[in-house]
Design a protein around this ligand. Structure first.
Ligand code: LLP
Length: 422
C-alpha cells in the first residue's frame, strides 16, 4: 500500500496535490512519501525478532532526508562505500547500527568505518580479510566481521541482480567458508561476530530465501562447533515488490518475517536484514510532463521531459514501471498505445514499450510509479541533463530534499588546463 492516490480526480502524494509541486519545483521531479516509507519500515520490522537490526540498504535511496526518516524509526544502515557511510552518519544513524558490505572496500574506507565504530564489516574475500586486519591492527583495533558466503542458490530474479550463484563475484564460495573462517580467527585485527548471505534483489518467491537461509544456519552451526563466535546472522536484502499492480503480488513481508524468525530460533543468533527496495520503491514516484506526442510510422511516441538519465531501470533491466496520469482519466477515457520515451539521444531511453494509456497530450503530467528505490541514486547527468530533483512529502507539507542542479553547477564541475587558457 502506498500514499499516492487520486483525490477529487488529482493524484496526490499524501495530502499534497502533485500539480502544486510541479508548479513550484518544475518537472521532472522525484516525490517520496514519508507515510509510505514509515509504513513499509514498520510492516517489515514488526514480524522480526525484537533484537533484529533492520539496516536499510542505502544504495536503494541515499537521500539524507529519507535516511533520517528511517533513522527516527530505529533503522540502521547497510552501506557499500565511504560515501554511503558518511551519508548514513550525517542522517543520524548510529555507527553501531551500520554494516559495511561490498566486494571492493578500500583501505581509506576501512579506516573511516573503523574510526567511526561501525557494527560490522561483511567481508567478501580472503585478501579483503587480510587487508582489513592490517588496517585495524595499525589503528590498535579489531574489526568486527562476518564473512559473506555464497550459497549457490538461484534467486530466480533478473540476471543483472542475481548475486547468490557461483557465477557472480559476490561472497566466498561455500566450500571455502571453513578455511576463510580459520584464516579470520588467526588474523590479529579481526574479531569474528557472525555470518552473512545475500542472494539477489527483486526476489518474488520465498523458496530461494528458505533454501539459502537453511544452508546458512547449518553452516553457522558447524562453524560454531569449530569454535567461531557466530552470534549474528546477516540475511541481506532482496524481498521484491509489486511493480505491476494487477500482477500476483510478491510474498508478504509477514511470511518473510516468519522465515526469518525461524532462522533466529534455529541458529540462536541476532538477525540483521538489509532491505532496500521493499522500504523505498513504492514510496517514491517520478513525475514528468509530456512534451510532445509524436505520430510515427508504426508507433505513437509520448515524449517526456524525464529521461533514462533520471530513471535507468527500464533501459538497464527492462524493468516495468506503471505510468499513470496525474489528472485522473474518466473510466471511459479513450486509450492509445504509446512508446513512452525520454529526450535522451539513445534508443534505450524508453520507459515503456507499446503501453496502452489514456490519450495523452502535450503538457499532461504523468507519474512513473515505484521509482523510490534505485531511481534517483542511479541517475546521471548524461546529455548534460541535471538529474531530477527530489521532494519529500509529509501530510500536507512538502520540501525539496535535493534541488535541481543548475547549469552553472555543470560549468563549475570541470576545470580547463592552463594550456587551453588564452
Ligand atoms: N544487501 C546487499 C549486500 C545488496 O547487494 C543489496 C542490493 C541489498 C542488500 C538490498 O537489496 P534489496 O532489498 O533492495 O533488493 N539496481 C537494481 C538493484 C540492485 C541491487 C543490488 N544489491 C535495480 O534497480 O533493480
Amino acid at each position: 500500500m502506498n500514499h499516492f492516490q487520486y483525490r477529487r480526480g488529482i493524484l496526490c502524494a499524501e495530502d499534497v496535490d502533485l500539480r502544486h509541486i510541479a508548479a513550484d519545483v518544475g518537472t521532472p521531479f522525484y516525490c517520496y512519501s514519508t507515510a509510505t516509507l514509515e509504513r513499509h519500515y514498520r510492516v517489515f520490522a514488526e514480524p522480526l525478532p525484537k533484537d533484529a537490526l533492520v539496516a536499510f540498504s542505502v544504495k536503494a535511496n541515499g537521500n539524507i532526508a529519507v535516511l533520517k526518516t528511517l533513522a527516527k524509526l530505529g533503522a540502521g544502515a547497510d552501506v557499500v562505500s565511504g560515501g554511503e557511510l558518511v551519508k548514513a552518519l550525517a542522517a543520524g544513524i548510529p555507527a553501531d547500527k551500520i554494516v559495511f558490505s561490498g566486494v571492493g572496500k578500500t583501505k581509506a574506507e576501512m579506516r573511516a568505518a573503523l574510526g567511526s565504530g561501525i557494527y560490522q564489516f561483511n567481508v567478501e574475500s580472503e585478501p579483503e580479510l587480510e587487508t582489513l586486519s592490517a588496517v585495524a591492527t595499525a589503528m590498535n583495533l579489531r574489526a568486527p566481521i562476518t564473512i559473506r558466503v555464497n550459497p549457490d542458490v538461484d534467486a530466480k530474479t533478473h540476471a543483472k541482480i542475481t548475486t547468490g550463484t557461483a557465477e557472480t563475484k559476490f561472497g566466498i564460495p561455500w566450500e571455502h567458508a571453513h578455511a576463510a573462517y580459520a584464516l579470520a580467527a588467526r588474523l590479529p585485527g579481526i574479531a569474528i561476530v557472525g555470518i552473512d548471505v545475500h542472494i539477489g534483489s527483486q526476489i518474488t518467491e520465498l523458496q530461494p530465501f528458505e533454501d539459502a537461509f537453511a544452508r546458512v544456519v547449518t553452516l553457522a552451526q558447524s562453524l560454531r562447533a569449530e569454535g567461531h563466535a557466530i552470534t549474528r546472522i546477516d540475511l541481506g536484502g532482496g524481498l521484491g515488490v509489486p511493480y505491476i499492480c494487477d500482477n500476483a503480488p510478491p510474498p508478504d513481508p509477514a511470511a518473510y518475517g516468519a522465515i526469518v524468525a525461524k532462522v533466529a530460533k534455529d541458529a540462536g543468533a541476532q538477525i540483521i536484514c538489509e532491505p532496500g527496495r521493499l522500504i523505498a520503491a513504492n514510496a517514491g514516484i517520478l513525475v514528468s510532463e509530456v512534451l510532445y506526442v509524436k505520430r510515427g510510422q508504426n508507433r505513437n511516441f509520448a515524449i517526456l521531459d524525464a529521461g533514462m538519465n533520471d530513471l535507468i531501470r527500464p533501459a538497464m533491466y527492462d524493468a516495468h514501471h506503471e505510468i499513470v496520469c496525474v489528472t485522473e482519466p474518466p473510466p471511459d477515457a479513450p486509450h492509445e498505445v504509446y512508446d513512452v520515451v525520454g529526450p535522451v539521444c539513445e534508443t534505450a531511453d524508453r520507459f515503456a514499450e507499446a503501453r496502452s494509456l489514456p490519450r495523452l497530450n502535450s503538457g499532461d503530467l504523468v507519474a512513473i510509479m515505484s521509482a523510490g528505490a534505485y531511481g534517483a541514486v542511479m541517475a546521471s547527468a548524461y546529455n548534460a541533463r541535471p538529474p531530477a530533483p527530489e521532494v519529500l512529502v509529509k501530510g500536507d507539507r512538502f520540501s525539496v530534499v535535493r534541488p535541481r542542479m543548475s547549469y552553472e553547477g555543470f560549468l563549475e564541475q570541470d576545470r580547463v588546463p592552463a594550456w587551453l587558457e588564452d
